[in-house]
Design a protein around this ligand. Structure first.
Ligand code: PEP
Length: 256
């Protein structure tokens, strides 16, 4: 019912040349012959043009950005607009990543503006939510995620919610090698879907893809992706290696 999405978040890694090398090394199975799964990579802004020009002809790998501003254009030094991302051909934009929340002071209100802007301009937002370790230890993880969902999706219509992708990324599992167990992931994904049901009703909530992110790699992806409410992965470290990315795409394709 929901097509799995494997999306790579390259963060501040992979310049234009490394990006070209990535696509040169990525095998056809993960690039041209993908069936039953959607794949995307999100390079840094400086490497987006390289990604578009070095993707093989006929490649099914989509390309996204890691952030965008909520205004059309103007005096916002260092920022990038949806118009620019559209001109390049970006399909996705990652919004609300925990690193943006922590190091760039993005809160749910800012993320909400960005989500609305991306949707208005036809770019699919991948909206990230997730608790830090202390919040999980204090058993507050459901409350934290509930608030992030409510804040970042505030004011969206049912039609808008249908278009978004959510990524549940427990912050304690990002780049740490520690992964949420399949049961922990499923529990939170089911909770997020229940929150969506409250916002937009069951039939729309059932269409929204909820990705898991946090040290997903070929060795643990299968079990995570088997969970009924885990609809793909947002992958940092493992998405930088063409062979790992390729394996992740084929593991997801095998879940059909
Ligand atoms: C991420 O930052 O979105 C992420 C999931 O990173 P990693 O896979 O490296 O934990």
């Amino acid at each position: 019912m929901r097509t799995l999405l494997i999306a790579g978040n390259w963060k501040m890694n992979m310049g234009p040349k490394e990006t070209a090398d990535f696509f040169a090394q990525l095998d056809d199975a993960a690039q041209k012959e993908i069936t039953g799964v959607e794949a995307a990579v999100c390079p840094p802004f400086a490497s987006l043009s390289s990604a578009f020009s070095s993707r093989k002809a006929g490649s099914a790998v989509k390309i996204g950005a890691q952030n965008v501003h909520f205004e059309d254009n103007g005096a916002y030094t260092g920022e990038i607009s949806t118009t620019m991302l559209n001109e390049l051909g970006c399909d996705f934009v990652i919004l609300g990543h925990s690193e943006r929340r922590e190091y760039f002071s993005e809160d749910d209100a800012i993320i909400n503006k960005k989500v609305k802007k991306a949707l208005a301009d036809g770019i699919t937002p991948i909206v990230c939510v997730g608790e830090v370790l202390s919040e999980r230890k204090e058993n507050r993880h459901f409350d934290v995620v509930k608030e992030q969902i409510a804040g970042s999706l505030a004011g969206l219509s049912e039609a808008d919610v249908k278009k978004i992708v959510i990524a549940y990324e427990p912050v304690w599992a990002i780049g740490t090698g520690e992964t949420a167990s399949p049961e922990q992931a499923q529990e939170m994904h089911a909770f997020i879907r229940k929150e969506l049901v409250g916002l937009v009703g069951q039939s729309t909530a059932d269409t929204v893809r909820i990705l898991y992110g946090g040290s997903m790699k070929p060795g643990n992806a299968d079990e995570l992706l088997r969970q009924p409410d885990v609809d793909g992965g947002l992958i940092g470290g493992a998405s930088l290696k063409p062979s790992d990315f390729s394996q992740l795409v084929s593991i997801a394709a095998g879940q059909e």
